[in-house]
Design a protein around this ligand. Structure first.
Ligand SMILES: Nc1ncnc2c1ncn2[C@@H]1O[C@H](COP(=O)(O)OP(=O)(O)OP(=O)(O)O)[C@@H](O)[C@H]1O
Ligand SMILES: Nc1ccn([C@@H]2O[C@H](COP(=O)(O)O)[C@@H](O)[C@H]2O)c(=O)n1
Ligand SMILES: [Mg+2]
Length: 203
């Protein structure tokens, strides 16, 4: 048993449903959802942010922002949430760690300050993920990367797989990976997610 804040990494291709499922987890289990991509988008839009331009370039190109920036945004957000409400001790960290630089930075700065529970991965086909991101853009997400140019530039799936696969293997070797089939309706996906989180609460 430890009093450190609990962390669950949530991974999966862009459009695999991480944000959608995290919202459902928050509603039912009261965790705090922190999306690395969303924190970067907020930081990018802050007037006068020294990182704004750099972040926007990475987002448009689909490349990964250096971990010092992302990790510090995650740590600040966790602190803020816990200061506001001590009961908020379980964090869903969505879209992180995305590559070795992310993982090494987290290991160095945050692994000793947090208690990693498991890594939740949504599996979904490339075709479905791209279609979902495009529909999200058409529905007015306002995201500068929900368009075919960015999705192609991002080399979306291939880059994602090649940079994230070693991370998944690392956590798999520790027995921490929980995979869920994300190619079903949101409610069907959540039925499986629920089983995993019920287990967490019983720990
Ligand atoms: N199971 C599902 N079936 C159909 N559509 C879905 C499903 N889950 C999510 N969506 C829709 O697909 C789009 C992408 O979902 P979401 O934003 O949750 O993905 P994400 O993994 O967070 O993506 P990103 O990494 O790009 O932020 C949204 O418009 C969402 O409403
Ligand atoms: N760990 C991360 C996560 C995201 N980014 C950048 O944000 C973009 C959008 O991310 P989503 O998870 O919301 O799809 C992503 O393409 C990256 O440019 C990052 O740098 N590091
Ligand atoms: Mg998301």
């Amino acid at each position: 048993m430890t009093n450190l804040p609990k962390v669950i990494f949530v991974l999966g291709l862009p459009g695999s449903g991480k944000g959608t499922q995290c919202q459902k987890i928050v509603q039912e289990f009261g965790c705090v959802h922190l999306s690395a991509g969303e924190l970067l988008r907020i930081e990018r839009s802050k007037p006068g942010s020294q990182f704004g331009e750099m972040i926007e370039k990475h987002i448009k190109e689909g490349t990964i922002v250096p971990v010092e920036v992302t990790c510090s945004l995650l740590e600040q957000s966790m602190k803020k949430e816990m200061e506001a409400d001590k009961a908020k001790d379980t964090f869903l960290i969505d879209g992180f760690p995305r590559n070795k630089n992310n993982m090494d930075g987290w290991q160095k700065e945050m692994s000793h300050k947090t208690d990693l529970q498991f890594v939740l991965i949504f599996e979904c086909t490339e075709k479905e993920c791209v279609e979902r991101c495009l529909s999200r853009g058409e529905a007015g997400s306002g995201r500068t990367d929900d368009n075919i140019e960015s999705l192609q530039k991002r080399q979306l799936i291939r880059t994602h797989i090649s940079s994230t696969e070693p991370i998944i293997e690392f956590y798999e070797a520790k027995g921490l990976v929980r995979k869920v089939n994300g190619s079903r309706s949101p409610d069907e996906v959540f039925e499986d997610v629920r089983k995993i989180f019920v287990g967490l609460k019983k720990k």
